[in-house]
Design a protein around this ligand. Structure first.
Ligand code: UGA
Length: 429
């Protein structure tokens, strides 16, 4: 099948490379010429596990190519739109400018041949309807094809999805999608109407965000009741109706999706006159969590003269270099606002992206142990595997203080020379 993907970000790129790996002919289009040139040469502009190898493989098989022009639309069976839908600058609504500008470009290249335009970007209820009336072309079917892949696991999620939601009002489009996913188990496909597919995406991300907020609140309770949140997570997660996933307490959820999509759903519901009280509490609670953790840190250092803080982890979760709405960055900014101290930071992948936000407010280190020198406190904010087993002798010889605040409950080793505080067991505050 001939597939054109519009947008080569964290969604468009893995999806394009995934379909190329399945033997389709894929053209990925992006307005960013530098990015396109890099991709043509097998160079990724984002970090995603295993993606580079598949890119190079499919470039050499001529299954994938990259372009700034929309010319390839003419030969496409399906055009997948995967451009960003950020939060508007003005309010919490969704900025659809990238969607509409790409639809305008697509429209210029349409002829009389049948094509499906699949909207993979996360868009509010009714956006596909609007796109269809803008295109006003009876040879085109517009469908909603929301994406559920996670950064860091994008290929795994692409090749082994829990479900493939297809929002479509057309039998012809459904047949084409069945062919596109013919190598997948048929039971994975869920056909619904377009608006429902658009809402399923927001509802899924919001539900997961709620689950995280719930377990973070249980962690707060465990700290006061002197219980261990890990036991509570295990105990409730073993109920198959609840499920064990997304019950890891931490510094709050972040990333380019949950914060934006929860706010968008809140706004969408408001526009329909519906109050989503659970979602409202989730959004407020998650924002409060960043401040609470920052205050805990400031309380700890307030009696120390010229305190130095070491931070492990800057990306919004492990396995990615993405710092967009990262809890770690948010907490660091709150700490810097609330107290006077030196902050030293380390992350295995995300330093370059973090610098774009934090600038010279903190000191950056490429080595986790040099970052600790003279620090009074170590705070772990991203759950990288390399933080699981630290060499406590090196910590002992480098740190001034003997306290670790493990906000991801990742540390597997302990050492009696150190006070280790975890989220949801014992109280750091
Ligand atoms: C999320 C969804 O999981 C994907 O299904 C969806 O496709 C994607 O958004 C999107 O809309 O494009 P992602 O943003 O990559 O994927 O990140 P997640 O793995 O879902 O994690 C989100 C945040 O929740 C992170 O800050 C993570 O650390 C936090 N989290 C996750 C927890 O604090 N505890 C958990 O148990 C799980």
């Amino acid at each position: 099948m001939n597939i054109v993907i519009i947008g080569t970000g964290y969604v468009g790129l893995p999806v394009g490379i995934g379909f190329a790996e399945l033997g389709n002919k894929v053209v990925c289009v992006d307005v960013d010429e530098i990015k396109i040139n890099n991709l043509r040469n097998g160079k990724l502009t984002i970090y995603e596990n295993g993606l580079k190898e598949l890119l190079v493989k499919n470039l050499s098989k001529n299954n994938i190519c990259f372009d700034i022009s929309y010319d390839s639309i003419k030969n496409a069976d399906i055009v997948i739109v995967a451009v960003g839908t950020p939060q508007s600058d003005i309010d919490n609504s969704v900025d659809l400018n990238f969607i509409y500008s790409s639809i305008k470009e697509i429209a210029k290249k349409l002829d009389n041949s049948y094509k499906v335009i699949a909207i993979k970007s996360t868009v509010p209820i009714g956006t596909c309807d609007k796109i269809e009336s803008l295109l006003n072309n009876e040879n085109i079917d517009v469908i909603s094809l929301p994406e559920f892949l996670r950064e860091g696991y994008a290929l795994e999620d692409f090749f082994s999805p829990d479900r493939i939601v297809v929002g479509s009002n057309s039998k012809k489009a459904n047949d084409l999608i069945m062919e596109l996913y013919s190598s997948f188990n048929k039971d994975k496909l869920l056909f619904v109407d377009r608006k429902s597919a658009e809402l399923i995406k927001y509802a899924s991300n919001s539900f997961l965000a709620m689950k995280i907020h719930f377990i973070n609140e249980m962690a707060n309770l465990c700290e006061k009741a002197n219980l261990n949140i890990d036991d509570i997570s295990k105990g409730i997660g073993l109920d198959s109706r609840i499920g064990a996933k997304f019950l890891n307490p931490g510094p709050g959820y972040g990333g380019s999706c949950f914060p934006k999509d929860t706010l968008a759903l809140q706004t969408i519901a408001k526009n329909y006159g519906v109050n989503l009280s659970l979602l409202n509490a989730t959004i407020d609670g998650n924002n409060r969590r960043f401040i609470d953790i920052a205050n805990n840190v400031c309380n700890f250092v307030k009696h120390i003269k010229s305190p130095t803080l070491a931070i492990y982890g800057l990306s919004f979760k492990k396995g990615t270099d993405d710092c967009r709405y990262s809890p770690s960055i948010n907490i660091i900014l709150n700490i810097l606002k609330a107290c006077d101290l030196i902050v030293k930071v380390y992350d295995p992948l995300a330093i370059d992206n973090a610098k774009k936000i934090l600038g010279d407010k903190v000191l950056y280190f490429n080595d986790k142990y040099s970052c600790l020198k003279d620090s009074d406190l170590l705070v772990i904010l991203t759950e990288w595997e390399e933080f699981k087993y630290l060499d406590f002798d090196i910590l002992y010889n480098n740190m001034k203080g003997r306290t670790i605040y493990d906000c991801r409950n990742i540390l597997c080793t302990t050492d009696s020379r150190f006070n280790i505080f975890k989220v949801g067991s014992g109280s750091f505050s």
